[in-house]
Write a protein that binds this ligand. Structure first.
Ligand SMILES: Cc1ncc(COP(=O)(O)O)c(C=O)c1O
Length: 347
C-alpha cells in the first residue's frame, strides 16, 4: 500500500471489486473489466472521492478540526462524499456550492442535506470565486472559535492523490496483464494517482515509466508485467488546462513519497468527449450509459463515467483499443447525480 506514514480516516472499504463484464466483452471484442470505485465504501454511496478523503480528513482529525469545508457544483459528488465522511467522523460540514440556490433538493443535494451538511450558495460563479467564498467561510468559523479544515475542489491535492495511487496498486495486483486503464478526469487527482502508482511500480520493478503504447511495448521486455496505458477522458476542462494541473499533482504526491520521477510524468488526456460542456449530457455519453445498463445492469452517470465510457467505446470502434486487449475502466461513481430533475430530463 502507498504508505502508513500519514494519518488516515477509516472511510473506504478496500480493495474495491474488480469485475469482469462478459456481455460487454462479447459485444465489443475486448476483455472488459470494471474497477468498482463506485463501491468504495458504505459511506455516502461511495465513489472515487472516498480514498482521497481518507488522507485529507485523516489530516483534518490530526489537526484537531471541528469543521470541514469544501466546494463544487450543486450536484458535486465530491461535496456529497465529504458531507457523508464528515458525518461519519463527527465533524461539522459546510458546503459552499457554486451558482444559485436551486428550487428543490435533488440527487446529491438531497444527500448533502441528509448527511447534515450546511449547504450555502453565496453566488460564486468561477472557481476563483468559490475558493474565495470557501476561505471567507473558514475564517468566520475560526473567528467563532472553531477549527476549520478546507478541502479544495475535488479533493485534488498531492495528499489526496495518494488515495488513487492505492487504487492503481490494487489493479496491478489483481489485473496484472491489463493493456489499458481508463478513467474520467475532472480536477485531475484520480488520474494523477493512477499515473503515480504506475510510475512507482515501474521504479520498483526497474522498468521504464508507464503510459503510452511505446512505453508499454518497451516494458514488455522487462521481467515484470508491462504497464497498462493510462488514458484519462476530461469531462470538465480542456486537456491543455488540465495537463499542467495533473502534472503538478503527480509531482507533488511523488515528493510526499520521496519518489524521484525519471522524467515529466507521461499523461494522456483526451477532451474530445467533453462536449457540449461540463455537466451536460452528450448523445454518445447517453448511449454508453444505456449500453452498460442494458448489457450489465451497471449504472453510469451523464457527467463523468458516461462520457469517459463513450471515449473508450469510440477508441474500440476506431481500433485504437484493439480487439482482444484487456481494458480496465475505473468506475468512479457519480450515480446519485442522475436522480436530479435536470439529469432526468436529459436521460
Ligand atoms: C463520478 C466522478 N468521476 C470522476 C471524477 C473525476 O475525479 P477527479 O476530480 O479526481 O479528476 C469525479 C470528480 O468529481 C466524479 O465525481
Amino acid at each position: 500500500m502507498t504508505s502508513h506514514k500519514w494519518p488516515r480516516a477509516a472511510l473506504a472499504l478496500t480493495p474495491t471489486p474488480l469485475q469482469y463484464l462478459p456481455r460487454l466483452s462479447s459485444e465489443t471484442g475486448v476483455d472488459f473489466w470494471l474497477k468498482r470505485e463506485d463501491l468504495s465504501g458504505d459511506i455516502g454511496l461511495g465513489g472515487n472521492k472516498v480514498r482521497k478523503l481518507e488522507f485529507l480528513l485523516g489530516e483534518a482529525l490530526a489537526n484537531g478540526a471541528t469543521h470541514v469545508l469544501t466546494t463544487g457544483g450543486p450536484q458535486s459528488n465530491h461535496a456529497r462524499a465529504t458531507a457523508a465522511a464528515a458525518a461519519r467522523l463527527g465533524l461539522a460540514c459546510v458546503l459552499v456550492l457554486a451558482g444559485r440556490e436551486p428550487g428543490s433538493r435533488e440527487g446529491n443535494l438531497l444527500l448533502d442535506q441528509l448527511f447534515g451538511a450546511e449547504v450555502r450558495f453565496p453566488g460564486a460563479v468561477t472557481e476563483l470565486d468559490q475558493a474565495r467564498c470557501l476561505a471567507e467561510a473558514a475564517a468566520a468559523i475560526e473567528a467563532a472559535g472553531g477549527q476549520p479544515y478546507v478541502v479544495p475542489i475535488g479533493g485534488s491535492t498531492p495528499l489526496g492523490t495518494l488515495g488513487s495511487c492505492e487504487c492503481y496498486e490494487e489493479i496491478a495486483a489483481s489485473a496484472p496483464g491489463a493493456d489499458w486503464l481508463c478513467c474520467a478526469t475532472g480536477t485531475g487527482g484520480t488520474h494523477a494517482g493512477l499515473v503515480l502508482g504506475a510510475l512507482r511500480a515501474a521504479a520498483s520493478a526497474g522498468r521504464p515509466a508507464a503510459a503510452g503504447a511505446a512505453a508499454a511495448a518497451g516494458a514488455a521486455a522487462a521481467a515484470a508485467a508491462p504497464a497498462p496505458r493510462i488514458q484519462a477522458f476530461s469531462v470538465w476542462q480542456p486537456a491543455t488546462w488540465l495537463e499542467p494541473v495533473t502534472r503538478e499533482l503527480v509531482t507533488g504526491a511523488a515528493r510526499l513519497l520521496a519518489l524521484t520521477l525519471p522524467e515529466p510524468p507521461p499523461l494522456e488526456i483526451d477532451d474530445r468527449y467533453l462536449a457540449p460542456r461540463y455537466g451536460k449530457a452528450s448523445p454518445a455519453g447517453l448511449a454508453a450509459i444505456s449500453l452498460l445498463a442494458r448489457l450489465e445492469g451497471v449504472v453510469l452517470d451523464h457527467v463523468y463515467t458516461g462520457k469517459a465510457m463513450a471515449g473508450v467505446l469510440d477508441y474500440i470502434r476506431q481500433g485504437i483499443i484493439r480487439r482482444g486487449e484487456r481494458v480496465v475502466f475505473v468506475h468512479t461513481g457519480g450515480a446519485p447525480a442522475i436522480f436530479a430533475a435536470e439529469a432526468v430530463r436529459q436521460i
